[in-house]
Write a protein that binds this ligand. Structure first.
Ligand SMILES: CC/C=C\C/C=C\C/C=C\C/C=C\C/C=C\C/C=C\CCC(=O)SCCNC(=O)CCNC(=O)[C@H](O)C(C)(C)COP(=O)(O)OP(=O)(O)OC[C@H]1O[C@@H](n2cnc3c(N)ncnc32)[C@H](O)[C@@H]1OP(=O)(O)O
Ligand SMILES: Cc1cc2nc3c(=O)[nH]c(=O)nc-3n(C[C@H](O)[C@H](O)[C@H](O)COP(=O)(O)OP(=O)(O)OC[C@H]3O[C@@H](n4cnc5c(N)ncnc54)[C@H](O)[C@@H]3O)c2cc1C
Length: 674
């Protein structure tokens, strides 16, 4: 029997789940949104952007040709950008629209099953103008970019190099005669490759190139470069630009290639906040820290933690709602088939996804606040906190993107065969999030950046020197005894810190041993990188666990009792899950016993059962409108089978009763006439 909810026919199993939920869903929505005010503002923005129906497609994106898909994405990007400039900026409290509203960013997902070709304009072009220009340069470029009079991207990666920025080959050679830079691509491997929107959409880009002046190379620097005519959009002479072809995802982002043939730009188009080239060619370094030109990447790494938390919330909403309506198997012959959500293995797959979405969402807010504090200090000329922040943002970007991609795939597994349908929404989420593990700094490479910081911090702790906050636990690494296991939340967090400290100590010891045996420092480091990555991962897990726990305790201080209970259950589940995933490490670095671990497993399984009745309520609390989910399996009303059939019938393959392939190939083959 179906039931109605807000004038909507709702699947009875979902209706039953909602009736069972014992906490106030809206209160948890407020926690996830960062407060009631944010929820109200988000809803206003969503209403304006989505109620008009402008986000909808007549034909599903998945049935379009690549060219149609791209054009449709540009069409909707223009509609959304116009909304952003007009109604949404005002609603979000921004003077002009820009990068600072995650809600505006998230709402855009209703318009795109994949991504907007404007993603890099707003995600990197505008932030680079904000972060790398002098005030004069900013006053020229920023209004044009924010008003979308020009559209840009960020072209750093080349065919030959992405990770190793110092290895980029594009050159920008200063010519004092004409006061211009000459941009050149000397080799095939120096061609810019990957920049989003570069293929067909943008007319400007930030180009990162090796700067030469007075015969000397000063390393990579950013330049703002016009590549297409502002009126006709035709590529300018000296520019070779195009689209790089089909990819696993991002197929509406027209990622592109770009080469320069002695292409000239005015001297003023070098972004000169951190370094300058004077008219006569003199190079002047302004910044106090050598890596400030990497600032846009650090910004995007911070943003990505929030981005993947949101996408994981979507996948877990789809998979939990589907698991509530799907019934399969008959473990008890006299009873009806259970909802698959009743299987403990299913709960094990899904509840960690819900908890991780919360953990990453809260960490992302905390990371953003830390970033704002670092930027404020740097404005005053103090870059002391940058190394710690680089280490922190690097590992959080690596672990959040990697965990989210893994858990989204796990949500797909949890949806069985139907999860493999594009219409389930999960494949597009996976394709998007799995790329985040690679772009803006590959997983391994970023964890090794964190490991550099950890090793230095360990050496400081060894020398009894002061430590920065996120690594202060290393001070206890020299007690000589194993950390005492204690299965309280704080006890588990201390154990995670002990693992990170223990693993770092092993790396340092092994590197020293290898160096004593004759290896160079570089080779000793290289031989230890598997363990260094593991140490950085352990550090990051300790940071996430600690932050998640502290933030939940803070945010639920005034919550109703049942909300407190369910939020505590989720954080505890997160801690138990990761402790059980790392039993070998716990045995190495803490006093945990076999019995403790057996007890912990039982406590974990009991926790799953406690969370079970609230599972649908927990994903409802993410408050993701159907327009954002794009899912036959995860819509609020649970009309899964009806939607799957409706989507199947939309397939262009079903337009004709007999396919042309029959007369062309099948019939001749079957009649022996091929
Ligand atoms: C209509 C549209 C609707 C809505 C849209 C709205 C809004 C959009 C908003 C958001 C969008 C959300 C998401 C996505 C946005 C865009 C993303 C899309 C695509 C991705 C784009 C890219 O990928 S751009 C290219 C990114 N590339 C990389 O990340 C390269 C990675 N490599 C590096 O970072 C470096 O090379 C390195 C760190 C690996 C090494 O650098 P280098 O060799 O120079 O350094 P060393 O190893 O020698 O180290 C020297 C010391 O410097 C320290 N260091 C390194 N980096 C930094 C840093 N960044 N900050 C501070 N310190 C740093 C290093 O640790 C060393 O220190 P020591 O003390 O140990 O010596
Ligand atoms: C969808 C997508 C969009 C993108 N958009 C943009 C964009 O808009 N603009 C832009 O400039 N770039 C963009 N990129 C490029 C992206 O930033 C790079 O692909 C990324 O930084 C990884 O670099 P790489 O491709 O050189 O990988 P590689 O460095 O070649 O990595 C290959 C393997 O080598 C390993 N490796 C490399 N170096 C080391 C090391 N020192 N130690 C140990 N292992 C190492 C890596 O861990 C990895 O396993 C995009 C990429 C994707 C996939």
């Amino acid at each position: 029997m179906t039931q109605t909810n807000n004038n909507m026919t709702v699947n009875p199993d979902l209706a039953m789940e909602r009736a069972k939920c014992n906490f106030n869903v809206l209160e948890v929505t407020h926690i996830f949104d960062g407060g009631e005010r944010n929820t109200l503002q988000r809803k206003k923005i969503e209403d304006v952007a989505l109620n008009s129906g402008a986000s909808k497609d007549a034909l599903g994106e998945e049935h379009m040709s690549p060219k149609e898909k791209y054009e449709n994405a540009v069409r909707k990007s223009c509609i959304y950008a116009t909304m952003m400039k007009n109604e949404l900026a005002e609603l979000s409290g921004l003077e002009s629209f820009g990068v600072s509203s995650p809600v505006i960013r998230r709402t855009a997902d209703a318009f795109f099953k994949e991504v907007s070709p404007f993603l890099l304009h707003l995600g990197m072009f505008v932030p680079t103008i904000m972060g790398q220009c002098t005030p004069e340069q900013q006053s020229y470029w920023l209004p044009r970019a924010l008003d979308m009079q020009i559209i840009g991207t960020y072209a750093q990666t080349e065919l030959g190099h992405g990770t190793f920025i110092r290895g980029l080959e594009t050159t920008a050679t200063y010519d004092p005669e004409t006061e211009e830079f000459v941009l050149h691509s000397p080799t095939l491997s120096s061609y810019k490759w990957w920049a989003g929107g570069l293929g067909k959409t943008v007319n400007y880009c930030i180009v990162v190139a090796q700067l030469y002046t007075k015969g000397e190379c000063h390393g990579t620097h950013p330049f703002i470069v016009q590549i297409r005519d502002e009126d006709t959009h035709v590529p300018l002479p000296g520019i070779k630009v195009g689209e790089i072809g089909p990819k696993m995802g991002f197929n509406t982002a027209d990622n592109g290639f770009l080469g320069f043939d002695h292409y000239r730009i005015p001297r003023e188009h070098m972004l000169m906040k951190n370094a300058q080239v004077l008219k006569d060619g003199t190079y002047v370094k302004v910044a106090r820290h050598g890596k400030l030109t990497y600032g846009t990447m650090v910004f995007v790494r911070v943003v990505l933690v929030n981005e993947v938390a949101f996408n994981l919330a979507k996948a877990s909403t789809i998979a939990v709602r589907y698991s509530a309506i799907r019934r399969q198997s008959k473990p008890k012959p006299d009873e009806v088939e259970p909802q698959i959500l009743d299987y403990v293995t299913q709960q094990h797959k899904l509840f960690i996804a819900i908890a991780t979405a919360h953990a990453l969402q809260l960490c992302s807010t905390w990371l953003w606040e830390s970033f704002s504090a670092v930027l404020a200090q740097m404005k005053g000329g103090n870059t002391d906190t940058l190394p710690e922040f680089h280490a922190l943002s690097s590992c959080l970007k690596a672990i959040s993107t990697s965990d989210s991609a893994h858990l989204i795939e796990q949500c797909r597994h949890a949806c069985g065969g139907h999860g493999y349908m594009i219409s389930s929404g999960i494949p597009n989420l996976y394709n998007f999030v799995s790329a985040t593990r690679t772009y803006e700094g590959d997983y391994t490479v970023l964890l090794l950046q964190t490991a550099r910081f950890l090793v230095k911090a360990y050496e400081q702790a060894e020398a009894k020197k002061p430590l920065t906050p996120t690594v202060s636990y290393l001070a206890h690494a020299f007690s000589g005894s194993r950390a005492t296991w204690d299965n309280s939340p704080d006890g588990i967090i201390r154990s995670f810190q002990a693992l990170a400290a223990g693993k770092t100590a092993v790396c340092v010891t092994n590197m020293r041993k290898r160096m004593r045996a004759g290896l160079s420092q570089v080779d000793a480091w290289e031989m230890s990188t598997i363990q260094l990555v593991a140490a950085a991962e352990a550090h990051c897990r300790a940071v996430i666990a600690d932050t998640y726990r502290k933030e939940i305790v803070r945010l639920t201080a005034n919550s109703s009792p049942n909300v407190k209970v369910v939020m505590d259950q989720l954080t505890t589940l997160y801690l138990y899950y990761w402790a059980l995933e790392r039993t070998g490490d716990l045995l190495m670095f803490t006093s945990v016993s076999q019995k403790d671990l057996v007890d912990l497993q039982i406590a974990y399984e009991e926790l799953l059962l406690k969370i079970r009745p609230n599972a649908v309520g927990l994903v409802d609390a993410f408050d993701l409108r159907d327009e954002l989910l794009h899912s036959t399996l995860g819509s609020y009303d649970g009309r899964v089978y009806e939607r799957l059939m409706e989507e199947a019938l939309k397939s262009p393959m079903n337009k004709e009763p007999v396919s042309d392939a029959y007369s062309k190939y099948l019939r001749p083959m079957m009649k022996g006439k091929l």
